[in-house]
Design a protein around this ligand. Structure first.
Ligand code: PLP
Length: 400
């Protein structure tokens, strides 16, 4: 007997969760495994944020919150957008959800008609595609190769928009590539979209604070003010404040879009945890020095990994501009033979080999719709990253 509906047939479970599960199973077998699969900061949530949650619980903020978010948290979001992104949103143009992931789900659920197309810039965060598929939309991957800096070009965008196109999903700094657009590149994409009024833009800015080499982050809606009404700006506290477990994300956009998303959310979850919202408001309103020190640590690790990969024949990695991943090119390993005589035919074979031979768990590029690559997370200490790179270098040198 099958329990799952046909809607779930094309959907895969989260790949990084799957890789981490494989790492855990290998550990349970007694193998020494470094898990570089999961995308979450290895730092702890700053204490003042935890304290705000504690105080909220003691104050009795333990009842159902408003579906679209507590007033305090929505105000914190409005203030954050004004202060950090030069974006003016009203309180009814903001929604707070269980993670950025639920913001995405709400948005697509609220807007997609069956067969509507969602443009995804490959390599992309794998769950975008699965959410679109669950909701009966059609994901349209646009290949953004390493040679193009993993960036979408205006010509490419112009060539793929159809009457069915409903969303363009942009994510920068990108998971998995770390790619960041220049202001001019974003403006040029905005110019293409200006003529296509049915197309909405989802700008996933969840890694905005993890940005390297002195870059300054600019929100899509701030760079393309003419498209602000058609843009949903998505963010959250998971990555910047080391708060993945608190499950708070938020979105801002046209008030009718937010109202439709709130309707969806009212049927799914009745809103996000009141105590976690109090914590998230403290994160946005409070001191930002830990965010900056997390970013400095991620930049140093980025430098370490880029330097180490440059010394491993067959692997390539251009310095990512932000986020905490390395999307490592492994074209030079395809066709090589392992010491057991197996041929590495694709990046899934490469990651399976690295797990077995090096004890390093990484995610194959196929998960992000761009091959041959594998993604490692740099959310690990320099000591652990050095150990992982030693192991990868050894395993690669054993190939023939
Ligand atoms: N967007 C991107 C690009 C991500 O990498 C992630 C998490 O890995 C999310 C959204 C979801 O974040 P949240 O924890 O807020 O649901």
């Amino acid at each position: 007997m099958s329990f799952a509906s046909s809607r779930l047939a094309p959907v895969k479970p989260s790949a990084s969760a799957w890789v981490s599960q494989a790492a855990k199973e290998a550990r349970a077998r007694g193998e020494d495994v470094i898990d570089l699969g999961l995308g979450e900061p290895d730092f702890d949530t700053p204490d003042h944020i935890k304290e705000a949650a504690h105080q909220a619980a003691l104050r009795g903020e333990t009842k159902y919150p408003p579906t679209n978010g507590t007033l305090v948290m929505r105000q914190a979001v409005v203030d954050k957008f004004k202060r950090e992104n030069a974006l003016d949103y009203a309180l009814d143009e903001v929604i707070v959800s269980n993670g950025a992931k639920q913001v995405l789900f709400n948005a697509f659920m609220a807007t997609l008609e069956p067969g509507d197309e969602v443009l995804l810039c490959a390599p992309y965060f794998g769950q975008y595609k699965d959410i679109v598929l669950i909701l009966g939309g059609v994901p349209v991957p646009l290949e953004c190769p390493a040679e193009a800096g993993f960036l979408l070009t205006p010509d490419q965008l112009q060539g793929v928009i159809t009457p069915k196109t409903r969303w363009l999903l942009l994510n920068q700094p990108s998971n998995p590539s770390g790619a960041v657009y220049s202001d001019a590149e974003i403006t040029a994409l905005g110019e293409v979209l200006a003529d296509h009024e049915r197309v909405l833009v989802l700008s996933d800015e969840i890694y905005e604070h993890i940005l390297f080499d002195g870059r300054v982050f600019r929100s899509f809606a701030a760079l393309c003010p003419g498209l602000k009404d058609r843009t949903l700006t998505v963010n959250g506290v998971s990555k910047a404040y080391a708060m993945t477990g608190w499950r708070i994300g938020y979105g801002a956009g046209h008030k009718e879009l937010i109202a439709a998303m709130t309707k969806v959310q009212s049927q799914i979850s009745s809103g996000a945890c009141s105590i976690a919202q109090a914590a998230a408001a403290a994160a946005l309103d409070g001191p930002q020095d830990e965010v900056r020190s997390f970013c400095r640590a991620f930049e140093a690790r980025r430098d370490l990994v880029v330097a180490r990969v440059a010394r491993i024949p067959g692997l390539t990695l251009a310095a990512p501009g932000g986020a905490f991943y390395g999307l490592i090119g492994c074209a030079g390993l395809i066709g090589a033979k392992t010491p057991l005589g197996e041929t590495l035919t694709n990046d899934t074979d490469v990651t399976a080999y690295l797990l077995k031979a090096a004890g390093v768990a990484a995610v194959p590029g196929s998960v992000y719709d761009l091959s041959p690559f594998f993604r490692i997370s740099t959310a690990a200490s320099e000591e652990v990253l050095n150990d992982a790179m030693d192991r990868i270098a050894r395993a690669v040198s054993d190939l023939k």
